[in-house]
Design a protein around this ligand. Structure first.
Ligand SMILES: *Cc1c(COP(=O)(O)O)cnc(C)c1O
Length: 447
């Protein structure tokens, strides 16, 4: 065994992995990346069709982002962000304010998605405490939601896979049954859907609305749940219901932000402004760990007072506002703006969907190929008509993942949902190759 692989297994506890699986599938040690491709130490090439955990927005080793970070590196690598500031952070806010939903004007910096969610929850809680609504202490979320893996973020997540064992440690939250458009319990087609399932949210608000500080959701796309896509109408209804009941709306755009769904933010499809918005992942193009919790003047004002009143938001992270992260994020904004990247992704998204349908649409185990923006997800089922899933113990998705790796495609499914969520500037030729490899891997396992 290669010495690097040997020592990896000796020392490293990889994230979100059963380490015993590494006995039969040892870690692939990546040497370098370029665009949508990764190259391992043995010279093998892989198409990174999942943007390395959804964050690599514009390809690996993007020259413009590289240059921006290198330039910043020779100037200032990090500085305490309390009281001190720097140009890259200020310029970044000047850029972001042009693209975030209208009315979001205050930017709080942190260093990962989960941290930005924790920040949002605390901000919402303290806002109510300081505006005479201290009875509002609870939170609501959608079933199958995912907002990160720290204790607060897990508490407002609903995926047993990540949360179940920790339940005794978590705060109690109200879980509203989420839209499930593929297996719609109301038997509605997407085209004629009136979001009948919103009655679940209405019932929860009627019961708990007055004691709830905020509801947190992933807009339009429940990513970790298996790229479940639901209509903008649901968001509009939720915005209205929150306004009527005084519940704050926290929108987690960590996975959906920066063009992933075809528009800059998923909120833009519904034309709504959340009270608090979380962003991370694509923010720095996947270069540096950075996140933001963005809010409105109204919320900000509840914290703004003489020091002696004790209203300040006493929340911080060492790496808040890290200049290297800001320089990467600034470069990303410049590329998105000048490179017409979203327009490109709209076109390639449609192209990819057509290709996948052509290759796999008729396969007996392909239940649905759903898509939004460039994201395309293939839900594998045992039976297409009944939509009955495979026995989870078979680990069908994982078998296909291994097969695809052999063929040079990094796929990493969510259970039995295979998905494409590549860099927004991926070209059609690479997509062709990826579809071909994906189809071959599926047919190898499922026939
Ligand atoms: C990835 C993700 C998070 C967590 O971000 P981390 O940086 O991994 O902590 C939260 N919410 C959503 C929707 C995500 O996709």
């Amino acid at each position: 065994m290669n010495k690097l692989v040997e020592d990896d297994l000796k020392y490293i506890w990889h994230p979100c992995s059963q380490m015993k699986d590494y006995e039969e599938l040892p870690p692939i040690v990546i040497d370098h990346g370029k665009g949508s491709y990764l190259y391992d130490i043995n010279g093998n090439e892989y198409i990174d069709i999942i943007s390395s955990w959804w964050c690599n927005l514009l390809g690996h080793c993007n020259q413009d982002i590289n240059d921006a970070v290198k330039k910043q590196l020779d100037k200032l690598e990090h500085v305490i962000f309390a009281n001190l500031s720097h140009a890259a952070a200020i310029e970044l806010c000047r850029e972001l304010i042009k693209i975030v939903p209208k009315g979001l004007t205050k930017f709080n910096f942190s260093d990962n998605g989960s941290a930005s969610v924790e920040c949002a929850l605390k901000m919402a809680f303290q806002y109510h405490a300081q505006t005479g609504q201290s009875r509002r202490t609870g939170f609501m979320c959608l079933s199958e939601g995912y907002h990160g893996e720290t204790i607060g973020a897990l508490s407002v997540g609903s995926m047993d896979l990540y949360a179940k064992i920790y339940k005794p440690m978590l705060m109690e939250t109200i879980h509203v049954e989420a839209p499930d458009c593929y297996r719609c319990p109301y038997d509605k087609k997407r085209e004629i859907c009136g979001c009948e399932c919103f009655e679940k949210a209405e019932a929860a608000f009627a019961r708990y609305g007055q004691e709830t500080a905020a509801m947190i959701i992933e807009p339009l796309l429940q990513g970790s749940a298996g790229m479940r896509i639901y209509p903008p109408l649901y968001l509009r209804k939720l915005r209205k219901l929150c306004d009527e009941t005084g519940v704050l709306l926290i929108v987690d755009e960590i996975a959906t932000g920066f063009g992933r769904t075809g528009k800059m933010f998923a909120c833009d499809y519904a034309g709504i402004t959340p009270d608090i918005m979380c962003i991370s992942k694509g923010l720095t193009g996947g270069y540096m760990p950075m996140a933001m919790t963005i809010t409105t003047e109204r919320i900000y004002a509840a914290f703004y007072a003489d020091y002696s009143e004790g209203r300040a938001f006493m929340h911080s992270h060492t790496y808040s506002g890290n200049p290297l992260g800001c320089s990467a994020a600034l470069a990303v904004q410049k590329i998105l703006r000048e490179g017409r990247v979203l327009e490109h992704a709209q076109t390639t998204g449609k192209y990819l969907h057509a290709k996948l349908k052509e290759a796999l649409g008729e396969h007996r185990n392909v239940g649905e190929i759903r898509h939004i923006g460039l994201i395309n997800a293939i839900e594998l089922v045992r039976d297409k008509d009944s939509k009955e899933p495979f026995d989870a113990g078979l680990r069908t998705g994982y078998q296909i993942y291994k097969e695809a790796l052999e063929k040079g495609l990094l796929l990493r499914p969510l259970g039995d949902v295979l998905y494409f969520n590549p860099a927004l500037n991926i070209d059609e030729k690479t997509l062709d190759k990826a579809v071909e490899k994906c189809e071959a891997a599926i047919r190898m396992i499922l026939g």
